[in-house]
Design a protein. Structure first.
Length: 232
């Protein structure tokens, strides 16, 4: 978003960004994570083994810069300029290295009254798949998440509702999240069926045990009654 446009909006809505819009919830789905590729051997000058890129992307085809001011990626302290700030798409940082570590990602918004969103991502470089280990295939470690804006300010509501397409044509991710969602739902459904079956089986065993106990009690009562008769 242009600086003049932003200043104009801030002047229009005032210091409280137009106040909170009660009862409104806007969800912006995102994808964040990293890709990495093995060099094939350790680099002589610094011992680095991989090139990697960490990123935040919109899940849908939209330009996040209409409401995102900047995204900060906090890398490991061993990197020069540990805090990397990206102010326009693509929101990503590319580096080289040899080790995995946690990257703290902070998403800041044009609305100064909207708190930043913090994400945590464990940089992934290593995987047991042969082609990835040999550097023939890129490693992908990415996740779906949602930024939820509950009762946003009037200014933020307008910014969130006015995003435009980021690219023409198809918009794809390294991971097919729809397929992943379907597989996860199938796994959950199968697990639920299994649990229901096991509960029914346990209930049946419990019923049989109760019936057996009742039968034993009845037999004991008969024996006790017979003993009493024999004594008299």
């Amino acid at each position: 978003m242009e600086v003049l446009q932003l200043k104009s909006k801030m002047a229009e809505f005032g210091p409280d960004s137009g106040g909170r819009v009660k009862g409104v919830t806007i969800i912006k789905p995102i994808v964040f994570g990293n890709v990495a590729r093995y060099f094939g051997k350790k680099r002589e000058e610094d011992g680095h083994t991989h090139q990697w890129t960490v990123y935040v992307k919109p899940y849908k085809n939209e330009d996040m810069s209409t409401y995102v001011k900047k995204i900060q990626f906090k890398l490991h302290e061993s990197y020069a300029n540990q805090n990397r700030v990206v102010t326009k798409p693509p929101y990503e940082v590319t580096e080289t290295g040899w080790g995995e570590f946690e990257i703290i990602i902070k998403v800041f918004f044009h609305d100064p009254n909207e708190r930043p969103v913090t994400l945590y991502h464990l940089l992934k470089l290593f995987q047991s798949e042969t082609n990835i280990m040999l550097g023939k295939k890129m490693l992908v470690s990415e996740y779906y998440d949602e930024m939820v804006f509950q009762d946003p300010s009037a200014m933020m509501q307008q910014l969130l509702s006015s995003s435009r397409p980021l690219t023409l044509g198809g918009h794809r991710h390294e991971t097919d999240f729809e397929e992943k969602k379907e597989k996860t739902l199938n796994t959950i459904t199968t697990a639920k069926k299994k649990i229901r079956f096991e509960i029914a089986e346990l209930n049946e065993r419990l019923k049989q045990s109760k019936e057996a106990i009742q039968k034993f009690k009845s037999e004991i009562s008969k024996l006790e009654a017979q003993e009493e008769k024999a004594e008299t």
